[in-house]
Write a new protein. Sequence first.
Length: 163
Amino acid sequence: MTRYLIDSSVFIQAKNLHYGFDFCPAFWDWLVQQHDAGSVGSIEKVGDELKAGQDVLADWAVARGAAFFAAPDTAVVPALGQVSSWANTQKYEPAAVATFLQVADYWLVAHALAHRCAVVTNEVPAQTVKKIKIPNACLGLGVQCVTPYEMLRRERAKFVLGQ
């Protein structure tokens, strides 16, 4: 079974676009069900970003709590070092590396590396030295990275109208 860790971009775009709470609550229910089954979650730093929004998504994140948005554990600490070493040995500008090491993306990739999870993000790889993108970091570190649609298809999610 693949365990997925979801990036904040997925939650934010889902709320704002394809899976608004007002017209597609099944998406949000599916996330909770899959979390309860042990296959979907995220990390504390992502939860913090969502809670800062002070909107319906922030309320949802608060209601999910630390169970859904996992705090870093002892396995994550050495992975942080691996991710940092990787970032510092690539050809990114120093400002790009410094920014990456200060945001949730860094912690998300490290958590996925430590626990052999797949990262779910809307970001796409980019050949730039100005910003470290999640898919580039995942590729460089051997961490699986998928789009939300790939995750939904792999897990055979079904959002079907009721009777």
